[in-house]
Design a protein around this ligand. Structure first.
Ligand SMILES: [Ca+2]
Ligand SMILES: [Ca+2]
Ligand SMILES: [Ca+2]
Ligand SMILES: [Ca+2]
Length: 397
């Protein structure tokens, strides 16, 4: 082999490239080990392995819809995503993900109004709000609607049509003893896939004092908007949220939906882990067929009367958070049951509402087959999770 300056340069370049690849591999390995050793954490937090490990920025965790505590003419929408941010971690936003609130105001579970958010750039990031507008196309494919305003991350800004916006880091307001839930239904934990232990070998949440809010030590990324109720409709609305990305499959540059979420605890409790991705890729119009069978199957499997499944389906299918803009003072499922604003407020103990329906006697007249140890996770709202004023979600840790 002839050695000259050029071949030495080529060799040096190859070595540099190898070292770079090795460094990237080691970084990936460290990341993978971190994930593997993290205590198991999820609900719609980490609802598929792809979202949990490959695109956490698109992993939606909670949707809140509530009447503004400071102005009864306004409604607040809050979307949480990119979970399990540790204190001091400065995780950038992903400029490739399109975040949307979708609002149906005609009762057909097809969106009539959308608010779209996209972060710009990878350093000195800003965020652009598009809408609220009627979308040109509906369903799992999305096209951008015209831009309304661009502002800075982690700062409250107000558009010229009076929409207050915050996009940034918050303390995760969701409260749940998820660690114990995973002992009760191991299948819901992505880390133990594809061979989870059988469910219900553990039949109790931890007692008060021992129960832990698994999300308490974590921050999250949030999009919070406050806007006049009239921008969304007049009476009853259904709200859900989606994340989407551009894909070569859509040559027109449109965005394809990869995750969706509305009613909390619905997929996590009733639906097999492997079914989550399919539900993420669908529209609420399909829920009556798809989601209902899981609810019926689950209620049957725990030996409770089908009246429980009927009750859950009647309030939670289609999977949209219902609110009544013509009413005030929301309570969880209050549009369907309480003749009030409904929606979901950050302090609502949605886990206890759900578990008391499924395992307890919250459905009037149905007492057969109760499982008393599962009617509450014994974790309640934590004051540090909330603020009295916009953006209403607590400051990050
Ligand atoms: Ca999710
Ligand atoms: Ca509609
Ligand atoms: Ca989901
Ligand atoms: Ca609770």
């Amino acid at each position: 082999m002839k050695i000259n300056a050029q071949s030495i340069a080529t060799f040096a370049n190859k070595m540099r490239s190898l070292v770079r690849k090795l460094a990237a591999f080691v970084a990936t390995l460290i990341l993978a080990l971190m994930f593997a050793t993290l205590p198991a954490k999820a609900s719609d937090h980490q609802d598929t392995t792809f979202l949990a490990t490959r695109l956490t920025a698109a992993d939606l965790t909670d949707l809140y819809v509530f009447e503004s505590p400071t102005n009864p003419n306004n409604v607040v929408l809050a979307m949480n995503f990119d979970p399990l941010i540790v204190s001091g971690e400065n995780r950038p936003f992903d400029p490739d993900v399109l975040y949307q609130f979708k609002i149906d105001n005609t009762g057909d579970s097809v969106e009539d109004v959308v608010l779209q958010f996209k972060v710009n750039g990878s350093s000195h990031q800003t965020v652009t709000l598009r809408g609220p507008y009627r979308p040109r196309i509906v369903g799992t494919e999305s096209a951008l609607v015209p831009a309304t305003w661009t502002g800075r991350l982690n700062e409250v800004f107000t558009t010229n049509n009076g929409i207050k916006v915050f996009v940034g880091c918050r303390k995760d307001p969701f409260f749940f003893d998820l660690e114990q839930f995973f002992k009760i239904i191991p299948d819901r934990n992505y880390i133990v896939q594809p061979n989870p232990n059988p469910p219900f070998t553990v039949l109790t949440f931890r007692p008060p004092g021992q129960a832990q809010d698994t999300l308490a030590p974590f921050n999250i990324h949030s999009i919070v908007v406050e806007l006049p109720k009239s921008y969304l409709g007049k009476g009853k609305i259904g709200a859900w949220m989606t994340t989407s990305v551009r894909t070569p499959r859509l040559r027109n540059g449109n965005f394809a939906q990869i995750e969706r979420l509305a009613v909390p605890a619905l997929n996590e409790l009733f639906m097999d882990f492997r079914a989550h991705n399919n539900s993420n890729l669908q529209t609420p119009t399909r829920d009556a067929n798809n989601q209902s069978q899981f609810i019926r199957g689950f209620v049957n499997a725990i030996g409770r009367p089908q009246g429980i499944a009927d009750a859950v389906i009647s309030v939670a299918i289609p999977d949209v958070v219902q609110a009544d803009l013509s009413k005030s003072n929301g309570s969880y499922f209050g549009t369907q049951l309480g003749n009030n604003f409904g929606g979901r407020r950050p302090k609502d103990d949605v886990i206890d509402v759900t578990t008391s329906v499924v395992f307890g006697n919250a459905v009037t007249g149905i007492t057969a087959g109760q499982i008393p140890g599962l009617t509450s996770d014994n974790v309640g709202p934590n004051d540090a999770n909330f603020l009295p004023n916009f953006p209403y979600l607590g400051n990050p840790l």
